[in-house]
Design a protein. Structure first.
Length: 208
């Protein structure tokens, strides 16, 4: 926990960006009956029945200190999908960065080994040379600010029926572009000192 908090408290340096990464799934739902539009004195009426149309994965990468995020919609969440996400982060999002610190949880695909599943060893090593990983502790996913971004995305964009992959991609891109234009950033105030006071029960006790 303190390792993550120390990263958040480090001075900003554009050559060493701090990126938060997380993912979530979204169930795709088709309407089976056309809704009745809203009228004067009557809200829109939507049939409770629906048709499941699979799921999609949402990768969230964000630099919360400057108010930037990118959401990548994929049909699934595999080690290879994760590896390509890291390659894009290094080569397209931050090509000038010396080292990118990635805050993430301990999901089984969140491993350097995923890069070797997707790329030749030399290419995998090249990408890894630009990355440094910092993992949130077990039951400590709330320390990952990408989780906060996913929560905002869910409330502002996804709390409704979305019928298919294409619609989901279009809606998420529109949300992302608007939020990036606003440069909405996260004012993270929880520090290591706060953790030692408020979460002291999680620290081992030392008996002299």
């Amino acid at each position: 926990m303190e390792a993550v908090l120390e990263v958040y408290q480090s001075p900003y340096n554009s050559a060493f960006p701090v990126i938060c990464l997380d993912e979530a799934s979204k169930q795709l739902v088709k309407e089976t009956t056309k809704s009745i539009p809203a009228q004067s004195g009557q809200a829109e009426r939507i049939d409770y029945e629906y048709e499941r149309n699979g799921t999609a994965n949402l990768f969230m990468v964000c630099e919360p200190m400057v108010g930037w995020r990118r959401v990548e919609v994929t049909p699934q969440r595999t080690a290879v999908d994760y590896a390509h996400l890291l390659k894009t982060l290094v080569d397209e999002d931050y090509p000038e960065a010396v080292k990118i610190t990635v805050i993430q949880d301990n999901l089984n695909t969140h491993s350097p080994a995923s890069l070797y599943k997707a790329f030749e060893p030399a290419e995998a090593q090249r990408i890894l040379n630009h990355l440094e990983f910092c993992h949130t502790p077990k039951h400590g996913s709330w320390l990952n600010m990408a989780e906060l971004e996913l929560s905002v995305l869910s409330r502002q964009c996804l709390e409704r029926r979305i019928p298919d992959f294409e619609t989901l991609t279009t809606e998420v891109e529109a949300w992302m572009e608007h939020r990036n234009q606003e440069k909405t950033w996260i004012d993270w105030r929880f520090t290591t000192a706060d953790a030692r006071v408020k979460l002291h029960r999680l620290y081992p006790s030392i008996n002299n």
